[in-house]
Each structure stands twice: as C-alpha cells, then as structure tokens.
Design a binder for this molecule. Sequence first.
Ligand code: ADP
Ligand code: MG
Length: 325
Amino acid sequence: MPASEFDIIARYFTDQSSSRADIILGIGDDAAIVAPPADQQLAIAIDTLVAGVHFPKDTTACDIGWKALAVNLSDMAAMGAAPAWFTLALTLPEANEQWLTDFSAGLHAAARQYEVRLIGGDTTHGPLTISVQIAGYVQPGQALTRSGARPGDQIWVSGTLGDAALGLLVQQQKLHSDTAVRDQLLQRLNRPTPRVALGERLAGVATSCIDISDGLLADLQHILDASGKGAEIFPHLLPLSEPVTALLQNNPQWQTLPLYGGDDYELCFTVSAAHADLIEQLQDELHLTLTCIGEITGPGGLTCLTESREVIAITSTGYDHFKQE
Ligand code: ADP
Ligand code: MG
C-alpha cells in the first residue's frame, strides 16, 4: 500500500506522456500555472461522481476514471469549447494500489484521447468521490449556450439515445439481454464518448446546445427554459442503436426510456434550418449520426407528437437528484 498521499500523487497522477504548450507549471507546486491563448475565452466546468449515486458500486475503477473525465469533456463539447486541462479532487476510502492503477489508467486514457492534461488536484480520505474540474478554450462570442434557440430552429441530437439507461437496467437485472447486447450497452454506460469534435464544429453555428446527461426531455427543457421557447419533437424519429431497438421490441414497457433515460452524453442542439446541409455534411466528416427530431416553437411547452401529429402524453422527464419520489 502506498505510504502517503504524496506517493499516490507521484505514482498515479504525475507521470503523463502528453505535454501542452499552454501549461507552464503542472502538478507538484502549490498551484498550476497556465497560459491561455490571448485571443480565446476560457470555459470552465466541474462535475462530481459519487459512488452509488453516479455509478453502481461495482463499476470497475478503470471505467470510473474514464467517466470522471468524459462527463467533463462532454460539458466542454456542449459549450463548443476545445478542452485543454483539468484538475482532480479524489476522495478515497483506502489507498488500494490495484484500484488506483486501474482508475488512473482509465483517466489517463481519456486524457490522451482528447489531448487534455491533468495539472493538479487534491487527495483526501473518505467515501469514494471524484471531482474533475476542466477548462477549455472558445473564440469570444462563439460559445454554445442554452439560451439562443429561436422559433423555427431545428432540434438535432447526436449518436443514439437510451443505450446507457437500458444498460443500467440490464446491469441492475431489471431487464434481461444476451451477453453481446449487454456488453454494448454497458460500454455506453461506463465509457461514454464525449462529442468534443462535434461541439467545436458547432461553435458559432448552433443557436443553442446541451449535453444529454439527465435525459433528452429534461435537458431539452433546459434549453427551452433558458431560451424562453417551446418545442415539438417526434419520438418516432429518435435515433436508436441496434441493441436498444432489439431490447425494446421484447420489452415494450421501456419504449419511452430513450426519451428520458440519462447518461448517454450525446449533444442536443438547435440550428437554423438554413444550416441543415452543413449538419448533414458534419455527419460524414465526423462519422457520427446526427438526427433532426423536431423544431423550436414560440413560447410554450415541450410537446411530443406522433407522425400524424397527435399529442403523446409523457410523464417521466429525467433524473433530478433532489426530487422526492
Ligand atoms: P497543498 O497541500 O499545497 O494543497 P497538495 O499536497 O494537496 O498541495 O498537493 C501537492 C501537489 O499535488 C499539488 O500540485 C496538487 O495540485 C497535486 N495533486 C494533489 N492531489 C492530486 C490528484 N489527485 N491529482 C492530481 N494532482 C494532485
Ligand atoms: Mg500548498
């Protein structure tokens, strides 16, 4: 077992291969020093994962490490920012070497893939909790906020929805699936892919954007609230992966889960219809499915419609940590 907090930092968090010119001083001093490009603005976000709340207690350390950074990268994507560096506040119940080896491997794998660097943090003793704070760069005035949606704008989502939520049901044994489907869904739950390249390409193009962490309905509602608008969406247009389609065929009681299930970390964004061609083009460029699921309307609620425009009543709207059930 490592002797101290300093051993843990030195062994698992200091040795990193990537380097960045904007980092003057990384881990090891009382604070890190960074030099953001003079012509860029800084986007800053923080997200905390608590064991048993944000991930099941039996999630592997490697997946926890990946996800802790990925959910923050997803926030950068949602702002249209290019992620640059992050800090890590780690609260550990024990200094377990195997756990730390696996956790740091997952964390550093995500850092390498998205070319961001860990520049500092804090290590304490207590119930397993991981906070990552991240910063990224965005051109002045180009950040994607939640508040710019306009009537007539198209509503788009990236990737597929419902994979992570169904994965959780499978993991909790509330839903049965074969091993291949289970593995694909759990990959989506435990190793989300932040849509960083898409976010950067949407900066200055999309009128609003959010990453889908709490479920499409809840997160789209945040855009509508911030923009003071309503929306019509068509649930039959929702992009579903093959495993989700197969599972829902056999379990129709979960049919609406892709509408409100969380943890997919896809982007939901609005664009003027004039940009539809550009969005189609982005799909090929990024090898990522992008699907138009509806339209922003004037002030009003969020309405789900069938193909023939009949209103569908939906009750669940997403995950709220403080909601009384
Ligand atoms: P201080 O006592 O001055 O707050 P610490 O002893 O907490 O400093 O940390 C020493 C150095 O290690 C600092 O540069 C800090 O940013 C870094 N550090 C501490 N914990 C972590 C961690 N979990 N990941 C990355 N860097 C860390
Ligand atoms: Mg100090």
